[in-house]
Ligand binder design. Sequence first.
Ligand code: SAM
Length: 202
Amino acid sequence: MREVRDHYYKKAKAEQYRARSVYKLMEIDRKFHLLRKGFSVLDIGCSPGSWSQYVLEHVENGHVTGIDLAHSVDIRDSRFTFIQADILDKNVLSHIGCEAGDRGATGPFDLIVSDAAPKTTGNKFTDSQNSLRLVRAVFEIAKSLLRDGGSVVSKVFQGEDLQGFVDSIRKDFGRVDLFKPKSSRAESRELYIIARNRGGKR
Ligand SMILES: C[S@@+](CC[C@H](N)C(=O)[O-])C[C@H]1O[C@@H](n2cnc3c(N)ncnc32)[C@H](O)[C@@H]1O
């Protein structure tokens, strides 16, 4: 496993990405074709910034709004807006509206991606419940800020309530899949929910 980590870690360093996580989004995008030129994208849990880097490379004159608990994300690109916020805060939508200003940064977004993860405790049940809380917050944000036809990618830890949650969002999206990228460590319980075509028919 260490070999796998070292491979992606070294590759990220060599390719000047801020984290090995970039290869998970790359695999997701290659399989599901989610990014397009001109897109406005919300990147939740964006620090240290590799997903935002990748998205910026693919949206050309589009825009990325990144949110994280971290104080800052040092991406110097006029197409990137960073907002320090907790997505579990009930005022998160007004943070996005107030702090992002205009420039396409406040939505509606074409795509919302979230790699947000809770601090793990080592207790699988607690970790999966905490992860699902974040995922529920991501999909609440999507209700207000994702355009019709738009998509959501969200990391989630496997747990007993995951299937029920996935079933509950099927009515809101044309297609919902669960995907485990090869670059995700095999021992990790993370998966990605890929919910496409908001409001579309199945
Ligand atoms: C695995 S890292 C994301 C890596 C990122 N996708 C990248 O490629 O650089 C998970 C991030 O989720 C953030 N996070 C966790 N809980 C959060 C919350 N409630 N609100 C906002 N961000 C959160 C953490 O601060 C952390 O930076």
